[in-house]
Design a protein around this ligand. Sequence first.
Ligand SMILES: [Zn+2]
Length: 492
Amino acid sequence: MILAVLLTGAFMNYELSKMYGGHTQLAQLKLEDKTPSYFALTNVNVLTPSADKFISDQTVLVDQGTILSVGANVEFADDTPTIDGQGMFLVPGYTDSHVHLWESENDLLLYVANGVTQIREMNGSKAHLRWKAQIQAGRLGPDMFVVAPQLATFGFFEGLFVGWTQNKVIVRTETQVNKAVQSLKDDGYDAVKSSSFLDKDSYTALSNAAANISIPLVGHIPMAVGSEEFLNSNQIELAHVEELMKALNREFGEYTSRNADSFLEFVRSRSDDVADRLLQEKKSVTSTLWLIDSFSRQKTNLGEVLRISELSYANPGITEGTVITSRGMGWLPDVNIYRWPDNLEEARRQRSIVYWKTYAEAQHIVFESLLKKGVPIMAGTDANVPVTVPGFSLHDEMITLNKAGMSPSQVLASVSSVPSKWMQTNTGEIRANFKANLVLLRDNPLEDIQATNSIEMVIVNGRILSRTDLDSILLAVQNANDASRTVQLEYE
Ligand SMILES: [Zn+2]
């Protein structure tokens, strides 16, 4: 009996780790490290710190990964290695403010290859803290802000299961909350996170503990907590625009397909107030618009969505899911949590279409109010939630933000200066004494936001990666994935 329990436990741990991407081969990189520690980027168009325009013919002098100076007449010795940026556009490295690495180390490379030089991990683990330290010590990867595993309230037995399988910290009393927050801070996490499944007293305790121990509190609005309690809490950030829409939905009394129009009317009547209050209480919001917009497409037309997502780069363990939590978090049709069952009856299908269309529309109404009122918005993608491919997804998010009403300049700020200020890192702006995490583009992203993808070079933590390097990184990840997948994909 004991042996059976131990074997089942070991099997489940194996399956979980596989699902979280921990069994995928590590990409084998063959990059020559020829980066000079001191160099000048010349003749380049440089994005201003306010991200509103490019200044032409600039020189950016970099020493050991830090910007020494920026300007038209920067002097440097004749033998200084130079990179000619003629006709190109220099922007700060991008930040994705909502990602999930799980156990997928190759994702670190996907970020860098897509110009993402800073990420905020929203459900951190000890492994992530290790990777963060390794990157600081020279490993190739983005700078990391690691949010602790989220706090949640569950009964004893369910809590054991959820805590084990989903990397959550289970709390039921104020004492447990205080102890958890202190120990997460001692572990080195940069923030603590509230989940949807926290009871009201535990949320109050968490809000107090975060302020007492001085660690930022971020995440969801628990379902048991009203908007006012959230607004008056010490939580300084919402992990999704969706959270506000869900809070309004609870206030409305949970809409259905039958009263979808009155719900949207209600959201329209309340969203400006909500935005005003967020601004007043100095709270920031992370976007994740692309993902929520994709729900209805994943439900109705998953095949098409999978074809457009850069599936071959995503960790096969994560996309294939696992038998033990079937339809838990995989991406492919058999395991995709969002996809409708094939036998769904037509009437329910029609109701569901209305429901999810409304869901996305309500989120956009809230987003427009946040934008209009000037609430700080950080671009985030929830990478690794089906079907958001790490690194690539931030470019989809930028296009979505632009379509949702942000100017290209606002979009660029939402992936650079806004999150960097929030995380208090000296990145996200091209100016002296800031970190030289930079992306060199062939096209002007202020004219067309899709140009954020026209990447010619990425400079991250003192390393210079040419387009050739970036392509070989992507190929190495694809090869490692192909060697590890059990469901073969067809792609070109
Ligand atoms: Zn998330």
